[in-house]
Design a protein. Structure first.
Length: 272
């Protein structure tokens, strides 16, 4: 299926791997999830409708009457009005999509200035909502990750997981050895010291020069502010990787691609 079709049609999960998560190892079983969320994913009603069923005592887990807040997984026996519910494996997994953000879009559902939002491009979902994993500023392009699992988003962004963010950066001119040393050992910003874990020279033509950088935190406009602290203006900034998730070369700007079930399982395993 082409990326163009993925952009405009309801996605179908398959077992064909994409280049987004090519380096992940195999994954264990999926963890239990909230009952109302699980049943909604199986198409048995909206969350509100299922919560009403639970409150009315119509739902059971392993022969015990379910309560709001209960969790269930693939090995549990769930009944509604005595009828056994067969769970689909895909319904136990959160949805995850990768989006190639162009410059000129905000990572917010609402904007008082009326600027275009990345959420305008995402597929519509009924029983949940998309949560952004990390952010990119208005003038930065590249990889954004969205999921229906808020807990997963929090884990991927939490400092203790030290998820690498990799960027391609274009500046006017070249960095001196002294500037490279400062960028990789620490520069004082208004919100504390910051540094690049890696900085690689990617070459360039004319006055433009490209660098590949890696850092393990995601403070607001951190990359641009570090260069600005040295009097250097970034003319283009693009994120190409977030942790184990790469921006596939075939994914054009303004398009999205959904990860297949095996890739979702592997990502869950990595941060569990």
């Amino acid at each position: 299926m082409s990326v163009n079709r993925l952009k405009h049609q309801k996605p179908r999960r398959t077992h064909r791997s994409s280049p987004a998560l090519k380096n992940l190892s195999a994954a264990p079983a999926v963890e239990p999830d909230r009952l109302q969320k699980l049943l909604a994913r199986n198409g048995l009603g909206s969350r509100r409708e299922i919560e009403a069923m639970i409150a009315a005592g119509r739902v059971s887990i392993n022969n015990a009457t379910a309560k709001l807040g209960d969790r269930a997984g693939f090995g549990d026996k769930i009944r509604i009005d005595g009828r056994i519910i067969r769970l689909r494996m895909s319904a136990l997994l959160p949805r995850i999509i990768i989006y190639h953000k162009p410059e000129g879009e905000i990572v917010s559902a609402r904007d008082p200035q009326g600027r275009p939002s990345v959420f305008d491009k995402l597929p519509h979902i009924q029983s949940s909502k998309w949560v952004a994993i990390g952010r990119l500023d208005f003038n930065t392009s590249g990889l954004l990750i969205f999921t229906t699992d808020g807990a997963l988003a929090n884990r991927l962004m939490h400092p203790r997981y030290q998820m690498e963010r990799e960027y391609a950066v274009r500046i006017v001119g070249e960095l001196s050895p002294e500037q490279i040393t400062r960028l990789t050992t620490g520069i004082e910003l208004e919100d504390g010291s910051a540094k690049f874990d890696q900085l690689l020279d990617e070459g360039g033509l004319g006055t433009n020069h490209w660098y590949r950088i890696i850092l393990k935190e995601g403070r607001n406009r951190e990359v641009r502010r570090m260069f600005e602290a040295l009097g250097i203006t970034v003319s283009r900034l693009m994120r190409v990787r977030f942790g184990p998730v790469n921006l596939p070369p075939r994914l054009k700007r303004g398009m999205w691609l959904e990860l297949v079930d095996t890739e979702v399982e592997r990502l869950l395993a990595l941060v569990s």
